[in-house]
Design a protein around this ligand. Sequence first.
Ligand code: PRP
Ligand code: MN
Ligand code: MG
Length: 179
Amino acid sequence: MHPDLEEILFTEEQLMKAIGELGAQLSHDYKDKNPLFICVLKGAVMFMADLVKRVDVPMEMDFMAISSYGASSKSSGVVRILKDLDRSVEGRDLVIVEDIVDTGLTLAYLKENLLHRRAASVKVVTLFDKPEGRKVEIKPDYCCFEVPNAFIVGYGLDYAEHYRNLPFVGVLKRDVYVE
Ligand code: PRP
Ligand code: MN
Ligand code: MG
């Protein structure tokens, strides 16, 4: 446990079990497609690393850094690309790897952006989905867990860049982030 956390929502064991099952599903669905997995930095870094180890078909990885939250606990709604992909994605089957879908603004922007680059397909994999937070209609294609409308941190998810290194996921105490 961590003193800034209200409660732990998912232990490392629970995360790994779900990620193992998702890896098996993706291995089945992307057999012979040589998919390109795109990690959305920085939040998805832990999830990406653990997920690809459980995908046992040929695949490639690339990384994109996107930010909409900055140091705030609320999405600014303005999505910025901080680091772009290294190569063209034309004709490729893309798997966007996200840690969480909240308002959906990051993902809506990213999906549109990648389709414009003439990808053959773009699917979204997320560790967490927070459906109550949605501002634009978008649904992940694969999701491990639905989460309540609380500010969660750990396992890649941050508040003002902190807590990403926690191996588990928990709810941040309100007094840590009320502005
Ligand atoms: C967080 C999270 C998702 C996005 C989800 O990223 O990692 O990428 O916000 O929120 P949304 O659905 O409301 O757009 P953030 O912008 O905090 O950058 P980070 O991944 O570097 O923490
Ligand atoms: Mn992110
Ligand atoms: Mg963040």
